[in-house]
Design a protein around this ligand. Structure first.
Ligand SMILES: [Zn+2]
Length: 473
């Protein structure tokens, strides 16, 4: 008998070839010997019995039972499931900055991800192209920083103002909603790079006296926060204080990716800081910057997560959790001390088309890139995702492949995963999901689709920026 479950449980034993008719609600038994997210589910003699140590375990058992009911109705095979997750950190990320998504859309995404036992929602709230969270002490962050005057992202080129932000009440609403589905919401305030919207709002934080605008285009920009100016740390701490109040969880993401060092090299204040702190160079200045922010957050009971570039200086303290996205080879040797969350660019970035990242590639990616992998995350960046429909298409079903990797100690074969997926998809509204014909295209279609994706991004601004970036190197 081939039972379909997503994610597939650690252990499933069919205990009888006979089916049993289930009447009545499951019997819940509290068993404190089980872990926080662990559960046991037995179907036997007309009854379903669930054992768990608390609410999370019962919730995950309920999600499993939903899938069993969908397949068998109330005539179920007798079985015993003993189940617990492989990783404590099973996450999906939404970039709400390049494009803005409503509270209802975010809740829909949370709903779907909860069905596959994700337990973290990483909310990307600040970017070059928009600041998306209300901060009372600095209202200019949303007055100025949440609106860009025009958009030039791929074929989407116009001069219209584009913006949006979440009020504190809306943030609380999303956090509470996710919590009700046992998902912790982790905010990301990206520092010191990807900060054009912040610098447009608070020009006193820029190196020198350059005027920065909220960006209309995608890319990596030279405008980053001056790490030499003491006052800047005070402003950052004020902002973090308000953000921390809204997110009652241990982890806090501080970005740290793609921070070009050109301005720090030229800035007398940054150079003075390097000298005063005995740092070797600008990469070490980033390590110093992240360490200071980490220390501040640690004193507030938080654990910092940072993208892997923060390691480049070699002086990052071991407490930061590193989110790996792109970093060449020899990773296993490179990350001995840090907890690692895996979000490989080539396998887990949901914003790329199926032609570039087929479902099978996402599913089969070996996430054990370091000694201390604590979890996996599927990020969706939204430069080229103008609406929720497109996001859903790109994330489903690929997100489920990441969910399965995050949950299953002994992951079933891709073929079994795909068959389970086909058997269970009818439980969900799959109108906007990628159809099966798109999941794994043949090699030629993959090449054409990937080429087309990149050609579509080539507009005048993008080309200018590429050339500009090359010149700076
Ligand atoms: Zn500076």
């Amino acid at each position: 008998m081939d039972i379909s479950l997503l994610p597939f449980p650690s252990r499933l034993n069919i205990t009888s070839i006979n089916k049993t008719e289930i009447n009545g609600e499951p019997v819940k038994v509290i068993d404190k010997t089980l872990g926080r997210e662990e559960y046991e589910l037995s179907v036997c003699d007309g009854a379903v019995t669930v054992r768990a140590s608390g609410d999370e375990g019962f919730f995950y058992a309920e999600k499993t039972l939903d899938q069993l009911k969908y397949q068998y109705g109330n005539m179920m095979p007798e079985m015993l499931i003993e189940d617990k997750p492989k990783y404590e950190y099973r996450s999906f990320m939404i970039d709400c900055c390049r494009h803005f998504f409503s509270v209802d859309e975010i809740k829909k995404m949370i709903d779907l991800c909860a069905a596959f036992k994700f337990n973290k929602f990483h909310w990307h709230l600040s970017e070059d192209q928009g600041w998306r969270i209300q901060i009372d002490k600095y209202p200019q962050l949303t007055e100025i920083g949440s609106v860009r005057h025009g958009t030039s992202l791929g074929k989407e080129v116009n001069n219209a103002d584009y913006g949006g932000y979440y009020t504190k009440d809306e943030i609380r609403e999303v956090v509470a909603y996710a919590k009700s589905l046992y998902i912790d919401t982790i905010p990301e305030i990206d520092l010191p790079g990807h900060t054009s919207a912040l610098l447009a709002s608070l020009p006193e934080m820029v190196c020198g006296d350059k005027k920065v605008e909220v960006k209309k285009t995608a890319g990596v920009f030279k405008d980053i926060i001056c790490a030499g100016r003491e006052k800047n740390y005070e402003i950052i701490f004020d902002i973090l204080d308000e953000v921390c109040e809204l997110f009652p969880y241990e982890y806090f993401h501080i970005g740290g990716d793609e921070a070009p060092k050109k301005q720090w090299k030229e800035c007398p204040e940054c150079q003075a800081k390097i000298k005063a702190e005995g740092l070797a160079n600008e990469e070490e200045l980033q390590g110093y910057f992240v360490n200071r922010i980490s220390e501040y957050l640690r004193n507030k009971g938080k654990k910092v997560v940072s993208w892997n570039e923060s390691l480049n200086g070699g002086n990052l303290n071991g407490e930061a959790t590193i989110q790996f996205w792109l970093d060449g080879e020899k990773r296993y040797e490179k990350y001995p001390d840090h907890d690692i969350i895996v979000s490989d660019f080539f396998a887990y970035y949901m914003d790329y088309p199926y032609e570039m990242t087929p479902l099978k590639k996402t599913y089969c990616y070996d996430e054990k890139i370091a000694k201390k992998v604590i979890g996996v995350e599927a990020p969706v960046w939204t430069e080229y995702i103008p609406d929720f429909k497109r996001m859903t298409y790109l994330c489903f079903p690929r997100n489920i492949a990441v969910a399965q990797t995050g949950w299953c100690e002994n992951k079933p074969s891709y073929e079994k995963f795909e068959s389970d997926l086909c058997n269970l998809m009818g439980m969900f509204d799959t109108t906007d999901w990628a159809p099966k014909s798109d999941w794994n295209r043949n090699q030629l279609a993959q090449k054409i689709g990937t080429a087309k994706f990149f050609i579509d991004k080539l507009n005048k601004d993008f080309t200018k920026q590429l050339i500009g970036n090359m010149r700076d190197k």
